[in-house]
Design a binder for this molecule. Sequence first.
Ligand code: PGA
Length: 244
Amino acid sequence: MTAKIYVANWKMNVPARESIEQYIGHLKKFRVPANTHIIIAPPFPYLPLVARLIKKSRLEIAAQNVHWETEGTFTGEVSAKMLQRFGVHFVIIGHSERRRDFYETDAIINRKLRIVVHTRLTPILCIGETAAQRKRGETRKIILTQLRRALQGIRNPRVIIAYEPVWAIGTGINAQPTQVQQVHVLIRSWLTRKYTKKNTIPILYGGSAAAHNSHSFMQQPDIDGLLVGGASLSSQQFRNIIQT
Ligand code: PGA
């Protein structure tokens, strides 16, 4: 059985109505079901605090970004080795906000994936089409191109994929669960061909996921979890998403 994974992507925010201590304390009281991962992705400066707070719990942490080199003259950047030292096990790579606002190309994303896999961290690779691309009927082409380019030369299938249609992120517009399921089947069959017949690579959905819709997404056979932005900024809402 593929693990269920819920990621709280705080982006450049911290929870507004509670302290980070309260947030983590609230989640720690929750009995995490077997074979389920709950991963918190705070901004870089909060990683050591969150790492300390989640000790002796089943919670895990992710970074939201990483550089493709191990060290060097890269002002403002953070390496995978540094993240590893702070107890980070997962790294979000290729989020559409980084592709759009920081000009990250598939080639850059591929370099980041390589270093993350090499450092034995698990990348959470985000892929997804824009509204215009979907309208033009290019979803399939875009998804397969992003997958192929990002995973070029990556032999170790210890990755997590997050399908995040750009038009559903932060907009309150949900993709339909059946629409998402179709894309996940496409992703899964591509991964099965590339890696292993018994494909256990988790495929998450992200885009305005919230407590009122998480159940309908999680009922789809090929949706293994959720990458949650806005709704993860409240521990109560994030818990509700996992519980439903
Ligand atoms: P959202 O963000 O849940 O606020 O739409 C999801 C994401 O960007 O990962």
